[in-house]
Design a protein around this ligand. Sequence first.
Ligand code: FE2
Length: 273
Amino acid sequence: MASFAGAFAASHGPLLVREWDAVPADQKTRLEKAFRELGKRMKAAKPDVLVVVSPDHWSNFFLDNYPAVCIGVGEANEGPPEPWMKAFPHREFPGHPRFATHLVNEALKGGFEPSVSHRLKLDHGSCIPLWRMELEKMPALVPMLVNSIEPPMPSLARCLEWGKLLRKAIERFPGKLRVGILATGGLSHSIGEKTMGAIHEDFDRKTISLFSGAERSLVRYLDKELPKRGNGSEEVRNWLVAHGAARGKGFELVDYLPVPAVIVGCGFAAWRP
Ligand SMILES: [Fe+2]
């Protein structure tokens, strides 16, 4: 049986790379510290496999074919295709076909129908947190791309259920393996809309506080508020997958800060096993 090594969540946003020089020094320090702290905790959790739950920013899919959930089952996946991510040190990541295929089979048995890919590109959504966490050794990565950017998207309740399924799949995996989860995206931000640049600190803080309470209240609040809080806030779905996998227990906020220079309410969190 594999074991759940813990779940982690971090915001991403292209400007964390492209406009890094414009971030005020005190905020840079906090962001660096928060990413590094997550990296430290992940290192301590010793995952052999990391399921990276992220949106696909039209790097693999487009409007003609955008799956609700796609799981990468291949031997390897590719590094970020964005030209401004060229300094990212990995061009290819080993996958974990055995665990990924097991996850897909458990999903199908449990009434979930993910699509699969044997080779995915992991764009900035996955790679900015992996980069900034400064992991010395990259675990095998199993990408789980959840549509959290292009309507229609999976429901919030379904994302929680996906997390619970993921946990069950970990516990049913025949073989010794430590499996961690990295959820990326959110909190409030708005890209390419009239409200571009807006950060809703009140929403971010309320969302963070609701992660410590009943699932129902969290889902009810997000269902009502997400449409008003910028399209990027929809990526909090990936946090819900992590939350479901952690069975709602042990959410710990590493840091939260609104960063206008990168137009993202940046949140960092960890769930203990
Ligand atoms: Fe994103």
